[in-house]
Design a binder for this molecule. Structure first.
Ligand code: FAD
Length: 291
């Protein structure tokens, strides 16, 4: 059992890891490499800068490793649990007392005609939350990577059929995909009050009552949704002053909590989340001395 699993090695995740490591908690950081900092050129407005974004990211990871933080290159695809948590990653599962979501800002939603209009009426962003509503029905998953595969795995036991739609994107599965894959670009979603099917650019139609959006990698919002933690209207993760989500032991920090998207804010929130998690884990261990 881990104490603290941090998803993301940006300024928020690494700041939390520094505090947790110095408190003797041996945190694990799961990462897919630099997030927003990988795209940033010269940073002029952060303490200690100027530095390039990638250089700042590398320095943060190096500092954390020097304190004994384990930084693992793997993609988190989901979190389950309530009292303790299991973080599901491509490399395997991590059982843990506390989790910090620090995956950065959510990517832009795809601009498929009909998608926005049919949200909640066939279009879903969480298989574990909504699979039940599609028992015996044909559903599709929009995505081309391991996150899409994870969502398909959640749907398969209940849905009538599951098809993966890559929308013309290259496939990036790291394990064999057991579901039919339709690679055609999508032109629109069809359905009046509820989703009836997916229209392709070549004129073809796939009948589907559910479309589960699972593009790229799972972000904090998607992961929070899986656990039942509350999201704001803008899709950011709702946190209190301690950076705890609406679930005990589940924290969020940085760009994923909305508001100002700046390094200083991510560092502050990561620091606060780290300190809150340290206290939570210490209290938890007092009542669970076996862990
Ligand atoms: C072009 C550009 C320029 C910028 N310039 C500035 C600037 O000058 N000054 C400033 O203050 N801010 C700047 N920013 C903003 C700043 O980079 C962000 O606010 C900050 O990096 C947010 O930190 P974060 O830790 O929340 O997320 P990020 O830095 O985005 O880190 C997210 C981390 O999560 C990981 N991750 C995501 N999903 C998963 C998953 N499923 N599994 C495992 N790991 C995952 C990523 O690999 C990454 O390590 C800039 C941003 C951009 C894009």
């Amino acid at each position: 059992m881990e104490n603290l699993v941090i998803i993301g090695s940006g300024p928020a995740g690494i700041s939390a890891a520094l505090y947790a490591a110095r408190a003797g908690l041996s945190p694990v950081v799961l990462t897919q490499g630099p997030g927003a900092l990988g795209k940033a050129g010269q940073i002029d407005n952060y303490y200690g800068a100027p530095l390039t974004g990638p250089a700042l990211h590398a320095a943060g990871e190096e500092q954390a490793r020097a304190l004994g933080v384990r930084i693992l290159e793997t993609q988190a695809v989901g979190v389950v649990g309530f009292d303790t948590y299991t973080v599901r990653a491509v490399s395997g599962d991590f059982d843990t007392i506390a989790v910090l979501l620090a995956t950065g800002a959510k990517r832009a939603a795809p601009t498929i005609p009909g998608l926005k209009e049919l949200e909640g009426a066939g279009v879903s962003y969480c298989a574990v939350c909504d699979a039940f509503f599609y028992r015996g029905k044909p559903v599709a998953v929009l995505g081309s990577g391991d996150f899409a595969l994870h969502e398909a795995d959640e749907l398969a036991p209940l849905a009538g059929s599951v098809t993966i739609l890559t929308n013309g994107e290259p496939e990036a599965f790291t394990k064999p995909c057991p579901y039919p894959i339709d690679r055609r670009p999508i032109s629109a979603l069809v359905g009046d009050k509820a989703l009836a099917g997916v229209q392709f650019a070549d004129g073809g139609l796939l009948l589907a009552n559910g479309l589960f959006v699972a593009l790229g990698t799972a972000g904090s919002a998607e992961i929070a949704r899986q656990t039942g933690a509350e999201l704001g209207a803008d899709g950011s993760v709702v946190v209190d002053a301690a950076m705890q989500t609406t679930l005990p032991g589940l924290y969020a920090a940085g760009d994923c909590t909305g508001g100002l998207k700046q390094i200083a804010k991510a560092v502050h929130e990561g620091t606060q989340a780290g300190l809150s998690a340290i206290q939570y884990i210490r209290d938890y261990r007092k009542t669970h001395p076996d862990l």
